[in-house]
Write a protein that binds this ligand. Sequence first.
Ligand SMILES: NC(=O)c1ccc[n+]([C@@H]2O[C@H](COP(=O)([O-])OP(=O)(O)OC[C@H]3O[C@@H](n4cnc5c(N)ncnc54)[C@H](OP(=O)(O)O)[C@@H]3O)[C@@H](O)[C@H]2O)c1
Length: 279
Amino acid sequence: MKSHYCLITGASQGLGKAISFELAMRKWNLILVALPNSGLENLANYIKKAYKVSVVYIAADLSSRSGSELVVDFINQNQLNLKFLVNNAGVLSRGLFKDQNVDYYMNQINVNVLAPTYLSRELLPNLKLNAPSGILNVSSMASFFPLPLKQVYCGTKSYLSTFSRSLRIELKKEEVTVSLLCPGSINTTTRICLQNRSLGWLDRKSVLNPEKVSKLAVEGMLRGKEIITPGFINKLFLVLDKILPKWLKNMLIMKELNHLQNIGKFINDEKQKIQLKNI
Ligand SMILES: NC(=O)c1ccc[n+]([C@@H]2O[C@H](COP(=O)([O-])OP(=O)(O)OC[C@H]3O[C@@H](n4cnc5c(N)ncnc54)[C@H](OP(=O)(O)O)[C@@H]3O)[C@@H](O)[C@H]2O)c1
């Protein structure tokens, strides 16, 4: 019988990588999942040596059902006992709905919605056998608000939020907790870091680094917390959403839309500058 593992999807970079380190630091064995050729082998070797834990990795494309099947088959064939499933892999986006083709949105829905649903369902027998155990679904503050330029992304995260809260009630008796992580902006990808630099004062104050979010996420998950909202300002946004009148919220959203479009231009300018420097 092998000891217990935590599975983290989207573990190659950003928040998923930070969550993997946070769990390894606490001596959890890991199963890392990300796309092929994303450096998982090196990451797994590094974590093994640095933290003296067992780390296995699975290169799988979670945008297709066969990718999710690969993950489940690997775990079953190797008889890995699962304590925690962290559905973190996600496709981010920002732009007008008309500006991306339909394949982009199908891919985003597959990774953000179908993969966590598939993995939660197919790995549930394993989690039940190893109960008390848990699932952490990585949603977003974007799941609470209608946000122009993030339409499909917001929809996928709203699904994840309602799915998690419903499943949590259903699994209470089985001792499998379902936690929901709803971070605001995190400095992960280059694009997000550039966007965050040009935010207004209050929004800038809400931005967190992946290390801080992963610490709160892992602490919350291990305690079986229902909703984890990292950062004081993000909690404040949720309170304001409840008390501000609708007309004022709509006005702020339209202001944000104009601002985000300007940020889009700013990022393209910055990217051009970087490209020019590299010539
Ligand atoms: N960054 C933010 O501001 C923010 C805010 C709120 C919520 N979140 C959520 O946090 C999670 C992580 O975001 P992040 O900022 O860390 O993003 P990221 O840096 O872009 O990392 C995304 C991860 O998902 C993996 N992934 C993407 N498509 C995949 C696919 N088809 N199959 C398998 N793995 C795939 C990527 O693997 P590869 O390296 O192989 O591409 C990568 O490991 C997401 O669910 C996101 O929605 C982020």
